[in-house]
Ligand binder design. Sequence first.
Ligand SMILES: [Zn+2]
Ligand SMILES: [Zn+2]
Ligand SMILES: [Zn+2]
Length: 465
Amino acid sequence: MKKNGKRILGIVFAAACAMGLMSFASACEMEEAENHTHDYSARREVITPATCVEDGLALEYCACGESHEVKLDRLGHDYQIKQDECVEATCMKEGQTVEVCSRCSDRQVHTTEKIAHDFGEWETETPATSSAPGKKVRHCKREGCDGKEEEEIPKLEVETFQLSVNVLRTSGEVFPSTRGIRIEVQDKSGYVIERNYQMSHKFELPDGEYNVVIVDVPEGFTVDQTSIPADATHNSVEFVLHASLLKGVPKNTTTYKVGSVLYDQTLEIIGLTEEEDKKVTISELLSEYKAILFNVYFSTCDGCVSEVDYLMNAYNARSSTGKIYGEEVAMVMLASSASRESKATIRRFKADPTSGKTDYQKYGIRSRNLPTMMAYCPAMEELFLRNRESFKGYPTTVIVDSEGVIIHLNTVVARSADEFTKLMDRAITIYQKLHENGNSAGGGDQAPVALLPEQLSVEGRGKND
Ligand SMILES: [Zn+2]
Ligand SMILES: [Zn+2]
Ligand SMILES: [Zn+2]
């Protein structure tokens, strides 16, 4: 039935077409709709155009009038570089590139990284030395750029050299190291490379330029130069210390030891009688004699009494100059005020050193009317007593050279005259070096002639009777 129905409809349409009752086209379309494949290339209609960033839409038609939607792909930007807005990168500033889309004017700004400096040659700013590294720099050549680069120049690999430093007395003797002088080796910037307290010392130093500096020159001494330049070719440095007697009142801390310079104090010299008493200063003694020997004693000291003959033998012995020591060296017996020696006791001791105790005859002391100076000066003894370390008691023998410097201080009982003359020889030699320009008039190497007790001076004995 259905089949027949459709066929009947077709016949009806065809008849209608033939009769001109129905339009042909629509009739064809009716026919085509049932029979063709759409071909959408017949016509296109853009509904929404595509832009740089968004898809568009179009309709495509088939000849039959059927249409379908078609997506129009977005175009993407059409960037063009805008030369006039671009900035070139330098070593100081980043650059930029500007691109603008020719369609939508969208802008893209890209930063370009700084470029490397254009460095010139390295220049040495601080040269390297053997003790410190140096520094070199190079600068960017570009105008207006202060870019620079620094690099260390390694320390110089250099040889070492030996620097010999001596601190001497004017007489040429090495300065007594007990005085605590500090010797510093400084580089040119004043930095202390080495320090030492020895007065004769060799420093091992890297090749370079230095200043040797003497610090804490003791009271009473002066030095011509406190700083002496040194290097590998000037590798022997000498400081020469001159001494001169100290003036005024000793400080509360002043003590006498080897290396001390004496204060110019006044000694009372006690004679056999009051009429013979006199006063003398240390400077007067040093202007008359080549040195001073102090024998610090007290009259009831066994050791002090027992060495008196040796001291008097030394007084009368002849030195290598041909004179007796007593004429060359001021030999002074300094009575201990701390042991309550009075002027009367001193006078009695000078006349007879065994007068202190009745049993002193046991020593067989023959000396009488001692030719040595008998001094009384509590202020001076005080300066020895303050230093228990070096002044240990009585008898103590002290040698002061012609510059007023203590070159010997020892508490010991002498057992021969030689013990005294040797000490005085050393002081005489110093005097010769200082005053006779080192000529060999003295020599000082010859053995002193010690006299026997029988040869002792008995000058003035009669006065005491
Ligand atoms: Zn179609
Ligand atoms: Zn665009
Ligand atoms: Zn630069």
